[in-house]
Design a protein around this ligand. Sequence first.
Ligand code: FES
Length: 147
Amino acid sequence: MDRKDFMKQMGIGFGAIMLMNCLQSCSEGEIPDPNPNPGGSTGVDFTLDLNAAANSSLKTQGGFLVVSSRNIIVARTLNDTFIAVSSSCTHQGTTVNYRANTNDFRCPNHGSEFSNTGAVTNGPATSALKKYNTSFDETANTIRIFS
Ligand code: FES
């Protein structure tokens, strides 16, 4: 074995040892945060500006918007109120849609339906969508979504 082959084998061996150490420390040494959410807040608190083109669907009664980055669907009801729930169906995670005429949410995948408070009204889903609070500032034309 020449010097180059020796160094190559040593490099592979060293890399394998480092990988084993990393995997071991990641699986054994990591202590989950016992309170990842100190203070009780879920951290959901953001504002949508209805003047922004990206949020224009909420300018119309019956319109809705999925805020993918937050996993939340916000709807403007035909009665001109705002509602917000988690957008992932509790059955298998498909994004739900808002139905203005029935003022509820429906999953297009297997047909689960949820009330405007997120409660299951038709399976196969068995768990409710999480509901969030909304606050509309008519002057600023913004909606705050918070838990
Ligand atoms: S994923 Fe929504 S009903 Fe199955």
